[in-house]
Unconditional design. Sequence first.
Length: 476
Amino acid sequence: MISTIAQIIIDLFHYLFFIYSISAIISYLILAYISAIETIEYKRKNSFVNYKEIMSSNISPSISIIAPAYNESLNIVENVRSLLSSHYVNYDVIIINDGSKDDSLHKLIEVYDLIEVDYLINEQIPTMPLRAGVFKSTNPAFEKLIIVDKENGGKADALNMGLNISKSKYVACIDVDCLLLEDSLQKMIKPFLEITDRTVIAAGGVIRISNSCIVKEGKLHDVNFPKKLIEQGQILEYIRAFLLGRMAWSRLNGLLVISGAFGLFDKKIAIQVGGYDKNTVGEDMELVVRMRGYMEEIKQKYKVAYIPDPLCWTEAPDNYKIFTSQRNRWTRGTIETLRKHRKIGFNPKYNILGMLSYPYWFFFERMAPVIEFVGILYFGILIITDKIKWDYAFAFIILAYLFTVFFSLIAIITEELTYHQYKKKGTGIHLITIAFLEPFVNHPFILYAAMRGNFDYYFNKKKKWGEMTRKGMAKA
């Protein structure tokens, strides 16, 4: 009797695991197909856009670029120079020095001729107090620059300070270490201008990895393909995620995530929902979900848009210690957001957000590493107990591996046919090679970081944001 029940449980586990795997594969293929349609349509429409009009028009909507900075002395001058180089007429740059312990503020004061000024702060969202104060430049060339020095409160608190200080209609929240291309604001503002039947509450763009690229005076001069496998794997991962994932969710209006590296928000709505949550490590995802939930609750039509153009370049981890720390934080942020907004999940009141986006993120993002880890443990138990069916096991492993490679190759082809950022000879072969190697090079560390993130979230009371050690984008 006991053996029969055990066999039924084992068979049930097999069927559920098989159904989950097939569902994941089908969902990825569907998203890739929808992404292809959306990308083709975007490029067709984009060919008729005159960005010079957006760039030079005095009636272009006002935008504040808000960039928190904490101990960014290595990059701060170059990064600010990059932000001030935007080809957009109506914008300002707000740098929030969030209690840095290095000489970031001193460098900014020296290079940009800053002096402390009296500045009215409309404190609609509570934040940590000012430290040295608010600074502006005496040099007319830097009139768009505002530097705020405040007590340390974390990234979310710094962004909220930026929301309080900004006088613009829209805010572009970015990581200060990111390099924005000169036409980023022109392209990012486009959905807010062209979509008139609903309110565009936020927009995101493609993030690319700047490791090994040449940056001079805040501008991207040369795109190089990095030599380390860990960096190459992340490039492929980003291409997959942005070109084959978020494009599809944008078309479905089901996007839950806008990268914290660069996102444009309707400031009024962001403030109405309370700004960034200081009690989460995934503040970017959490804000988007909260804004979407708010719009659903007040029954107002809305859109979270996505721009497939490469708009922002950022430095990625180049060693596995920082890499796993970053992915640990991403996992904890996802868990926190989904748990905090669990009332949305499977709730028809929230339409696509509740019935499609949330379930997908829960099953195929939140639960995927847990299910994979359980599957590995189960596989090990079968080997130890000598109950494994090797023909079935090998077939399943080969299928999973080949599909991963196949999906990566689709992403590479999409990149080559659309934006083709890596133009140097031999880069295509490198990308194809890493498509075959990535499941062994980066994925085990991603799985470890995800499981550690689960453990840290539920059992470790010290929930750190995690630090990203910069090497500096000014160097090749």
